[in-house]
Design a protein around this ligand. Structure first.
Ligand code: HEC
Ligand code: HEC
Length: 313
């Protein structure tokens, strides 16, 4: 019978798998695997946990219906709750997390960048239920559904706040619902449309060279001379310009044309770059790094424009 070798092979494979399972189980119960939170997971364990986590969140958050997240009263609610419940672990614009948020593994990520990769329903789900095998707690038992959507609303707005604006919002005694920071700018697109229509990255590269920006900055694609200023690599991913302005096209142009208007003491000189030229330069700088952050910001602003009359008690 020629099925015998196949049978033997199958039994051998099954035995190996069984041994591995038993081995894995013994490894886990033996206490060899370090579960201390001040030591990161082994790479394969981390990969497995993360891949499974993303799929699980996507699947379970389907069918949720977000309310109008542009409602200022919802935003205000979210702001207060964020400061109380999230900032201690995740920090905020220009605000580091507190002692309790350190020494957790996986580390609480800065939400200004992490929230970009989730849609509104997925964020709602994460905040409601928390994440197993991590320090991320679920808030559904304590907070109402409106509260939870309020936090999602605030996460969408906070990515466009500068450290100074965040400080003003979180330290205000009482905020009026008409506070501009709690309202979405309906006619300000932060220069995205102009960048798309007129920004010429190729021209930008030439200008970076001719203005001598490389005498202080490392610029991707150009030989670099000295580093008196920060490297301009992965510029699209950066949340702030000079630590103080939200990194959006209009601010990049404003900074490049006249940095001293924002920081009189800055070592970056006014080089008399014209706004149209600065737009080309920004177009080039934004080709460096992942565009996820900018795409998410632009989508946010588009939704803000579309949602006309906000309503929610
Ligand atoms: C006790 C600390 C702690 C508190 C409080 C906390 N988180 Fe987290 N959070 C974490 C940790 C740790 C992770 C990382 C989990 C992981 O990577 O598996 C996390 C992850 C997340 C993620 C997923 C981020 C990503 O990388 O995909 C979101 C979104 C989030 N938290 C939102 C919030 C919000 C909103 C609040 C407040 C309502 C909050 N968290 C409060 C510790 C905390
Ligand atoms: C004499 C040196 C010098 C020159 C020349 C210079 N910069 Fe700067 N630049 C700096 C310094 C220093 C900073 C940091 C500013 C701060 O935080 O105060 C900076 C910051 C920046 C930033 C913000 C980067 C970040 O990560 O926050 C951008 C963008 C920038 N420069 C673009 C340019 C461009 C474009 C040119 C050429 C037109 C240029 N710089 C020429 C010194 C220079």
């Amino acid at each position: 019978m020629n099925s015998t070798p196949i049978k033997t092979a199958l039994i051998a494979i099954a035995a190996v798998i069984a041994l591995q399972l038993v081995g894995g189980l013994l490894f886990m119960v033996s206490g060899t695997y370090n579960i201390a939170a001040d030591e990161p997971h082994l790479k394969p364990v981390r990969w497995m946990l993360q891949a499974g986590r993303t799929r699980a969140i996507q699947m379970r958050s389907r069918g949720l219906h977000p309310p109008n997240l542009r409602d200022p009263s919802l935003l205000k609610r979210g702001l207060v709750l964020y400061r109380q419940n999230c900032q201690p672990c995740h920090g905020g614009p220009g605000t580091a997390n507190e002692q309790i948020g350190r020494g957790i593994d996986p580390k609480p990520p800065p939400l200004l960048t992490a929230s970009n990769k989730w849609d509104d329903s997925e964020l709602f789900w994460i905040i409601s239920h928390g994440l197993k095998l991590s320090g991320m707690p679920g808030f559904a038992p304590r907070l109402s559904e409106t509260d939870l959507w309020g936090i999602v609303a605030f996460l969408r707005r906070v990515v466009l706040l500068s450290p100074a604006e965040y400080k003003r919002l979180t330290s205000a005694e009482d905020l009026g619902a008409d506070d501009p920071l709690l309202n979405w700018p309906s006619n300000n697109d932060y220069g995205f449309a102009q960048l798309k229509a007129q920004g010429d990255a190729k021209r930008g590269l030439e200008l970076l060279q001719s203005y001598g920006c490389i005498s202080c900055h490392m610029v991707p694609g150009l030989a670099h001379q000295r580093s008196a200023g920060p490297p301009l690599t992965r510029f699209a991913e950066r949340q702030y310009i000079a630590g103080s302005l939200v990194n959006v096209p209009s601010n990049a142009v404003a900074w490049i044309t006249n940095p001293k208007q924002f920081k009189p003491q800055t070592l970056m000189p006014n080089l008399n770059v014209q706004p149209a030229e600065a737009l080309h330069i920004a177009a080039y700088l934004y080709t460096s790094g992942s565009s996820d952050r900018l795409t998410a910001l632009e989508r946010n602003l588009q939704i803000a424009k579309e949602s006309s009359t906000p309503k929610l008690n």
